[in-house]
Design a binder for this molecule. Structure first.
Ligand code: NAP
Ligand code: GDD
Length: 322
């Protein structure tokens, strides 16, 4: 039975990756942080009953990471833990860098010192590109990285230090550069789930309006379930390498909002207003990923479309807000 160690296991991707690896017969280990209110901390993974082992841990606590990795001796390590909200990274820049950049280095050191034969996956991000786009309007593995947020800057460090450890110490350490991916398990302060939940609240009569930030930025949105399958493929490639994971389609926040409201027979113009507090000091305006390398190498095909992703999220909130 293969053993996987996941940081960020109670996050959106950590929970889907756990389900996926368990379905493949893995034994899964993960860390959660100490939280003053523990009741809902494991809500995304609480339905899992077997072959799952949770310990307290934090990316800033190197000795704890070393102890756990020495004990578990995993075959695969997935570093998914992060302060993952881009706008909030402007409010807590140092915490974001401590976790997303130095935290990744801490885990790489623990890995190198305790289980260097394992394979290591770093959750890299399209936010690393900032407003850098190739002339054909795509971002790909070779597109220059010019991040526009503390989050993006920290992720560029983690991306590069992962490559550096691979090359310096002959480690099987890889990056998946994932474009935005969503699901009903997405945090409700990210724009898709905020819009879907907000629209359902309006439909059910619990809210009168919805405040958003920049509606004219474009994102390449996929489903987390499709993307965790790609993580496993990338990590298990016979050579350690870096891959873009994206749908290749892009939509504006406005188009996404219009789709969600119209599915509920609502006109978003009547309910959505802009609040400057949701704007970012510097905005990343356009993302569209070229995942040709991934598709050609692994024949990866996403099962969800933009519409079926949003439909699943809408149905989730309709079921949960009566
Ligand atoms: P998420 O739902 O916000 O989950 C992040 C996880 O990291 C949570 O379990 C969180 O625990 C944990 N965490 C935060 N700080 C930590 C620390 N110091 N030590 C240990 N754990 C810590 O994010 P996600 O959407 O699943 O994304 C997973 C990873 O992929 C992240 O690294 C994210 O930056 C990256 N990524 C995401 C996307 C996307 O569109 N979703 C795209 C590209 C890259 P708490 O619950 O205790 O906060
Ligand atoms: N969160 C949020 N809230 N975003 C809003 C809002 C709002 O009220 N109104 C407009 N937006 C716009 C943002 O300005 C951004 O252009 C877009 O919606 C998407 O915002 P988020 O859903 O917060 O995602 P993100 O693109 O900033 O970051 C996500 O994707 C990255 C990959 O590109 C996160 O998951 C990151 O962790 C991930 O790395």
């Amino acid at each position: 039975m293969k053993k996987a160690f996941i940081t960020g296991i109670n996050g959106q991707d950590g929970s889907y990756l756990t389900e996926y690896l368990l379905s493949l017969g893995y034994e899964v280990y993960g860390i959660i942080r100490r939280n003053s209110v523990p009741e809902h901390q494991q809500s995304r993974i609480e339905f899992v009953r077997t072959n799952l082992h949770i310990s307290y841990g934090d990316l800033s606590d190197v000795s704890g990471l070393e102890r756990l990795l020495r004990e578990v001796q995993p075959d695969e390590i997935y570093n998914l833990a992060a302060q993952s909200h881009v706008r909030i990274s402007f409010d807590v820049p140092q915490f974001t860098v401590q976790t997303n950049a130095l935290g990744a280095l801490n885990l790489l050191e623990a890995y190198r010192n305790t289980c260097p034969n394992a394979k290591y996956y770093q959750a890299s991000s399209s936010e690393m590109f900032g407003n850098s786009v190739d002339p054909d309007n795509y971002q790909r593995e070779t597109t220059p990285m010019r991040p526009t947020s503390p989050y993006g800057c920290a992720k560029v460090f983690a991306f590069n230090i992962t490559r550096n450890y691979r090359n310096s110490y002959n480690l099987h350490a890889v990056n998946g550069i994932l474009f935005n991916h969503e699901s009903p398990r997405r945090g409700s302060n990210f724009v898709t789930n905020k819009v879907v939940k907000g629209a359902v609240m309006i439909k059910r009569g619990y809210a009168k309006g919805l405040e958003l930030g920049n509606m004219d930025s474009y994102r390449d949105w996929g489903h987390s379930k499709d993307y965790v399958r790609a993580m496993h493929m990338i990590l298990n490639h016979y050579i350690p390498d870096d891959f873009i994971v994206a749908t290749g389609q892009t939509h504006s926040v406005r188009e996404m909002t219009e789709y969600v409201f119209s599915k509920l027979d609502l006109d978003y113009n009547e309910f959505v207003t802009q609040n400057p507090k949701y704007l970012r000091p510097e905005e990343l305006t356009y993302l569209r990923g070229d995942s040709t390398k991934l598709r050609n190498t692994f024949n990866w095909i996403p099962e969800y479309t933009f519409e079926t992703l949003l439909d699943e999220m809408i149905n989730f909130w309709l079921e949960n807000i009566k």
